[in-house]
Ligand binder design. Structure first.
Ligand SMILES: Cc1cc2nc3c(=O)[nH]c(=O)nc-3n(C[C@H](O)[C@H](O)[C@H](O)COP(=O)(O)OP(=O)(O)OC[C@H]3O[C@@H](n4cnc5c(N)ncnc54)[C@H](O)[C@@H]3O)c2cc1C
Length: 321
């Protein structure tokens, strides 16, 4: 039995290709990411996306019958660890958050019409999306407290509420809103998810909440970086925009967040490993007070502790996967 999450040779070959492709073609693009227009960026990345597609690695987070590769969470985790090294890589592989999680959600809970209208364009990279659950006035860690309401009125749902941290909201074509559809039962049975196109009257993207380094100054449409504050004021959408059945919200949320969180965590591990690499390079090149930084015991301790933290988190994530 393998204890180290080593994968089979064919998939390892895909991982090796991904790593080399990232180093050679994607990392250099980071230096001009904020310099070029969306059109120039699309022209630059289109041939790279084609290479990813030719390798069978485009949008591979879904099961094969839904257009993905059916890799499962461990393989996806290993792949996301590599892609996480660069924040621009996931979009070139068609699996950037939050679109990948939303596509998974529609794959699990959507009907044929919803898959055709929303999921397929997401997978093709033609539409952008956001997941609109967290609210400023209730604790995000406890979604049983959610207050945003959707009330059925004839053939429509009318949504009223206040959300924030809707990642990618300001660049999205549609949001998937987690709302209370029946306040008289336990939230596990009374919450639902509804697709809301962002041009629906009454939906207002108020701002992108500053968080870590987001939003970038002079944002481009290609950067799904803002974590948006959104107000729903009598937002009216067709009844058929509800995903699954009324009351399915929590089951769907768990199915979406499980894989989504693993993808996220593995990307952060990739990002941390890149930072560690940079720290090591610096330690080997900087000379101060009679030696390279790498020869100082304190710096060696930083590096060892960091390596231990990353290795532990990585094993925990892969174990969860
Ligand atoms: C970068 C980023 C992107 C995000 N993207 C999205 C998105 O796309 N869509 C979306 O809907 N939401 C998104 N979120 C919101 C995220 O899901 C919430 O921030 C999270 O659920 C925590 O909710 P909260 O911020 O309201 O904190 P609270 O729930 O108010 O938590 C406050 C504090 O209480 C602590 N705490 C909570 N529960 C416990 C407990 N049981 N025991 C002890 N301490 C506890 C927490 O650690 C925290 O310090 C995003 C957040 C960030 C930071």
């Amino acid at each position: 039995m393998a204890w180290d999450f080593e994968t089979e040779p064919e998939f390892q070959e895909q991982l090796d290709w991904t790593r080399a492709f990232l180093d050679e073609h994607i990392l250099p693009l980071e230096t001009i990411d904020l310099e070029v227009t969306d059109e120039q960026w699309n022209a630059l990345t289109a041939p790279l996306k084609q290479q990813v597609k030719d390798r069978g690695l485009w949008a591979c987070h879904l099961d094969p019958e839904l257009g993905g590769q059916g890799f499962g969470q461990v393989k996806l985790g290993l792949m996301h660890e590599i892609l996480g090294r660069s924040s621009i890589a996931p979009a070139i592989f068609g699996n950037n958050a939050p679109d990948s999680g939303n596509a998974e959600l529609l794959a699990i809970g959507g009907n044929d019409e919803q898959k055709k209208r929303w999921m397929e364009p997401l997978l093709a990279g033609e539409l952008r999306s956001g997941f609109s659950m967290t609210e400023p006035d209730t604790a995000g860690s406890d979604p049983t407290l959610l207050e945003t309401r959707a009330v059925r009125d004839g053939d429509t749902w009318v949504i009223n509420g206040h959300k924030w941290f809707t990642s990618g909201g300001s660049g999205a074509d549609f949001l998937i809103a987690m709302v209370v559809t029946n306040p008289d039962v336990h939230p596990y049975q009374g919450s639902s998810m509804i697709v809301v196109p962002t041009d629906t009257p009454g939906l207002e993207i108020v701002r992108d909440v500053p968080n870590m380094h987001h939003p970038y100054p002079g944002q481009f449409a290609r950067h799904p970086m803002g974590h948006s504050e959104v107000i729903y004021r009598d937002v009216r959408v067709p009844a058929e925009n509800l995903i699954g059945n009324p009351g399915d919200g929590f089951v769907l949320a768990q199915k979406r967040l499980g894989p989504g969180r693993i993808h996220h965590a593995m990307r952060w591990i990739g990002q941390s490993q890149r930072a560690l690499d940079m720290m090591c390079e610096r330690a080997l090149s900087r000379y101060a007070h009679g030696s390279l930084l790498a020869e100082k015991q304190m710096v060696q301790d930083f590096i060892a502790e960091t390596r231990i933290d990353i290795a532990s988190a990585r094993l925990l994530c892969l174990h969860a996967a």
